[in-house]
Design a protein around this ligand. Structure first.
Ligand code: ZN
Length: 101
């Protein structure tokens, strides 16, 4: 089986991959090539508002994530999955079925 230096990961310890197993990750929605997905974490942000020298100052205290996370394609902004396992599968070039929004 032909082997090649992995072009994507300079710090990759393996430095090689099996060509036959490798496929470029594409967006299951718009078919563009993916090098990353955008993750949106939902939740509640607690911010403190104080007045300092007559000026309002907002200071972020804490973020309380709820369980919902969206992984979106950076090209078409389609929500591809809510699960990090599936997001990793997509970026590894595996085909997964995308669920309806
Ligand atoms: Zn897309």
């Amino acid at each position: 089986m032909a082997k090649k230096i992995c072009p994507r990961a300079v710090g990759c310890k393996k430095r090689e991959y099996k060509v036959l197993k490798y496929s470029k990750p594409v967006c299951p929605s718009c078919n563009c090539e993916l090098d990353h997905l955008n993750m949106y974490e939902k939740g509640e942000k607690k911010t403190m508002l104080v007045i300092c020298d007559g000026e309002p100052i907002w200071e972020e205290i804490e973020f309380y994530p709820d369980s919902s996370v969206d992984f979106e394609c950076p090209e078409c902004n389609e929500i591809l999955t809510h699960k990090s396992e599936d997001a990793i599968k997509i970026l590894k070039g595996k085909k997964i079925k995308i669920k309806a929004r």
